[in-house]
Write a protein that binds this ligand. Structure first.
Ligand SMILES: Nc1nc2c(c(=O)[nH]1)N[C@H]1C(S)=C(S)[C@@H](COP(=O)(O)OP(=O)(O)OC[C@H]3O[C@@H](n4cnc5c(=O)[nH]c(N)nc54)[C@H](O)[C@@H]3O)O[C@H]1N2
Ligand SMILES: Nc1nc2c(c(=O)[nH]1)N[C@H]1C(S)=C(S)[C@@H](COP(=O)(O)OP(=O)(O)OC[C@H]3O[C@@H](n4cnc5c(=O)[nH]c(N)nc54)[C@H](O)[C@@H]3O)O[C@H]1N2
Ligand code: SF4
Ligand SMILES: [Mo]
Length: 712
């Protein structure tokens, strides 16, 4: 255990920056400061892997810009206030707004780091529940919403998402996914580079489909460009080609005849004309998937955030089913976490369209509305208009479509509170900022990513540093704010609610571990650095299904309707294509960035700039653009200026900007990040373009015009 005594010590913890969830070995020096951060070799899941972002944990911890005390904006100036004042004031203002305008007048946006914080999961949602608003938003609808919808429709639960069993497969196909940079997603696969090498040494193959020759594509056996937004045609053609060979679906799968009929119009030739992927490639891919002993297909960000994301994710599941690879070693499999939130009914299985957004009528999923409607819900007057906002661990000004416009809308709110430890592009619009402890100051158990891991393990991470008396954990903030909201209303939470609110995350996890399978405890996990290893994934279907019939009905009506419409549009020649002078914009990630919030880390931001618009030389030449030129990029939603880097790694007709940049705004307290050049891709993405079933944001394949920027 770490202490302030004059000895150095070694501690084992889990990195909470990304989904890979690597085990770390941290040594503390005599001064109780971090001496070194290394991968933990004995960790059964991550096997010693680590990436540069783990070092940022030290930077965040020591960052003088990181907030540790609440701030309140008084007459336009930030003033440090006590926790008592900050919480009481917040509860009072939220209550006033709801009293005057109804419960839906307070909106909530939950950002990505919530899923990486145990306390945010055990306690954070109590704030959301206490507000009883229908205007709940999260990063899900700029991300993996289609996976959840497809899993809900097929397997009966939004979190029953099978993952590629990379350690035993012979053929891995990745679509719109770049794990060499992102370390995997909706697929906790730490040490991807090592696992990919092992795949190769077993004689296995990796195929990547992506409009950019990514870091992952460069190390693949095959890479195929695809025109952004068109994957659905290739996947339906692939499914059709496979169904022509046969159907290896297990007996609990029903409805395949309807699927066979629906995909009939999607020949490889049709797909070629729309995707730019040769028909031959699609046929060869079908052959490869059919003949491989064990194969797994996974589609991620690039596939989720396009107009037919749900159909695309459904098609990926269908391909795995038809080839007989679902729930099979070396195929795609479900995990069985020790704390099994799905089996125990701790999370909703999902529901779609139980209500719709006020202005545009877009559907909720699992209790959340698509974040693409957030700005219009703030700006459009009338009953149910959002007049106050709570953000928790989110930076929607940089991470949601037309974020710059959302930022303007935030200024019009009557009240805004942000639970966040940075003053940044979003939180600067708040009236109160409630900063929780940082990643190294809190206990952690991964309730989420154990669900999507390539191996069944369980790890407990004890806080590396104790919080000081002035600080509060996220769970303590959520507890106090929930209780204060009840008090404002003159209500009392039930005894059960009170007990839960007052029970620390550690205690809650301990109870769950003691009743988990296999049974363990926080104490036992603490005694085994690297945690409990419950071994490789095992077959769990059909028992683990959450459908009433314990069957998988692949003829999902919502999806088949879309496919019929697509077929109609194809037949009528009405498929959308960009104008002659338009290029299609896609996003990208880099190993040394993490969404919008690690740019204050000196370790990660030093070295070569990586904010450029990537463009194929053929697209540049006609536009008078050279390598290093400044270009103006214009879309229906906005305009940015940015330097161009020319590269043949881009598919002609496609340009790429990284996500999470654009920090040079007045009033953000980030001293290092403000020096980081680059524009926000979400000043160009368009909240008007949403996915066809569940209204996920369309972040990729955005039509843009690129011109040489006039010298300023
Ligand atoms: N165009 C485009 N847009 C995208 C994407 C893309 O690829 N292209 N990617 C999308 C995806 S996948 C995601 S997940 C979203 C992310 O979108 P968001 O979740 O909105 O944004 P983040 O950049 O993750 O910002 C996290 C915020 O949480 C704060 N924070 C960090 N850790 C903690 C913590 O432990 N507690 C609290 N309370 N706060 C914390 C940070 O200071 C920061 O303000 O962006 C999406 N937006
Ligand atoms: N280093 C790092 N790691 C991260 C993050 C990070 O910001 N940095 N963020 C984390 C988060 S929140 C998430 S959700 C994951 C995301 O992890 P990934 O899914 O790997 O996300 P991206 O790197 O954005 O990769 C998306 C890929 O899709 C491609 N693409 C774009 N449009 C299309 C299309 O229409 N079709 C196809 N086939 N491909 C397309 C893009 O060129 C890009 O290579 O990463 C997580 N890990
Ligand atoms: S890949 Fe990097 S950021 Fe992600 S968990 Fe591992 S060390 Fe942390
Ligand atoms: Mo994400």
């Amino acid at each position: 255990m770490a202490s302030n005594s004059a000895t150095s010590s070694t501690r084992y913890l889990q990195c909470v920056i990304c989904e890979a969830s690597c085990g770390l070995k941290v040594t503390l020096g005599l001064d109780n400061r971090i001496d070194s951060i290394r991968g933990h070799d004995e960790d059964p899941l991550s096997r010693g892997h680590i990436c540069p972002k783990a070092f940022a944990l030290k930077d965040i911890h020591e960052d003088p810009d990181r907030l540790t005390r609440p701030l309140r904006k008084i007459d336009g100036e930030w003033v440090q206030v006590s926790w008592h004042e900050a919480i009481e004031h917040t509860a009072k203002r939220l209550h006033e707004v709801q009293t005057a305008h109804g419960r839906n007048s307070v909106g909530v946006y939950l950002g990505n780091p919530n899923v990486h914080s145990l306390g945010a999961i055990t306690h954070g949602l109590s704030v959301v529940r206490a507000l009883k608003s229908r205007n709940i938003f999260s990063a899900t609808s700029v991300d993996q919403l289609p996976h959840q919808v497809a899993a809900w429709a097929l397997y009966g639960h939004q979190f029953l998402i099978p993952v590629p069993d990379i350690d035993r497969t012979d053929l891995l196909v990745l679509i719109g996914h770049n794990p060499m940079a992102s370390n995997g997603s909706i697929w906790t696969v730490p040490a991807f580079p090592q696992r990919r090498r092992e795949l190769a040494s077993r004689g296995g193959r990796l195929i990547v489909i992506d409009p950019r020759r990514t870091e992952t594509a460069k190390g693949a056996d095959e890479h195929h460009f695809i025109r952004p937004g068109t994957d659905v045609y290739a996947l339906l053609a692939l499914l059709r080609a496979l169904l022509a060979k046969g159907d290896r679906a297990p007996a609990y799968v029903i409805g395949m005849d309807d699927v066979r009929r629906a995909v009939e119009p999607f020949t490889p030739e049709v797909a070629e004309s729309l995707t730019g992927m040769p028909a031959r490639v699609i046929e060869d891919l079908a052959d490869a998937l059919w003949s491989a002993e064990r194969a797994a297909v996974h589609g991620r960000m690039g596939l989720s955030t396009q107009a037919f994301g749900v159909v695309g994710q459904w098609a990926v599941q269908l391909i795995n089913i038809v080839t007989g690879n679902l729930d099979r070693e070396g195929g795609t499999m479900l995990t069985k976490p020790v704390i099994d939130a799905v089996a125990q009914g701790m999370v909703s299985s999902g529901h779609l369209g139980a209500w719709t957004s006020r202005v545009r009528g877009l559907p909720e999923f699992g209790g959340e509305l698509p974040v693409s409607v957030l700005r219009e819900e703030i700006e459009t007057p009338g009953e149910g208009q959002i007049r106050a906002l709570v953000t928790m661990a989110g930076n929607p000004v940089l991470s949601t479509p037309a974020g710059h416009r959302l930022g303007e809308a935030l200024e019009g709110l009557e009240f805004m509170v942000s639970v966040d430890f940075y003053l940044n592009e979003t939180t600067r619009h708040a009236d109160v900022i409630l900063p929780p402890t940082g990643p190294l100051e809190r206990d952690h158990y991964d309730l989420i990513f154990h669900m999507f891991a390539v191996r069944n393990t369980a790890r407990w991470s004890e806080a590396l540093f104790e919080r000081n008396d002035e600080q509060r954990h996220d769970w303590e903030i959520a507890r106090d704010l929930t209780l204060a909201l009840f008090k404002e209303r003159g209500e009392r939470p039930s005894l059960e609610q009170q007990t839960r609110l007052r029970t620390s995350p550690k205690r809650q996890v301990d109870v769950l571990l003691r009743t988990g399978s296999p049974r363990t405890s926080v104490k036992k996990l603490t005694e085994t650095p690297g945690g409990l290893d419950a071994g490789p994934l095992t077959s769990l279907l059909p028992e683990r299904l959450k459908t009433d019939s314990k069957q998988v009905d692949v003829a999902v009506a919502l999806v088949l309707e879309q496919i019929d419409e697509l077929a109609g549009a194809v037949a009528a020649g009405q498929v959308w294509t960009p104008a002659e002078d338009e290029l299609l914009l896609v996003g990208r990630r880099h190993q040394r960035d993490n969404n919008s919030w690690l740019h204050n880390s000196p370790t990660l931001t030093k070295g070569r700039a990586r904010h450029h618009l990537l463009m194929h030389p053929d697209d540049a030449s006609g536009r008078g653009i050279e390598d290093g030129s400044r270009a103006q990029v214009t879309s229906a939603a906005g305009r940015v200026e940015v330097e161009v880097a020319l590269t043949e790694d881009m598919m002609p007709g496609v340009v790429s900007l990284p996500h999470g940049y654009g920090h040079q705004v007045e009033g953000s307290g980030l001293s290092v990040a403000k020096q980081v050049e680059g524009a926000s891709i979400n000043d160009l993405t368009d909240p008007g373009r949403v996915e066809s079933v569940a209204a996920n944001a369309v972040l990729n394949g955005v039509p843009v015009r690129v011109t040489h920027a006039p010298a300023s």
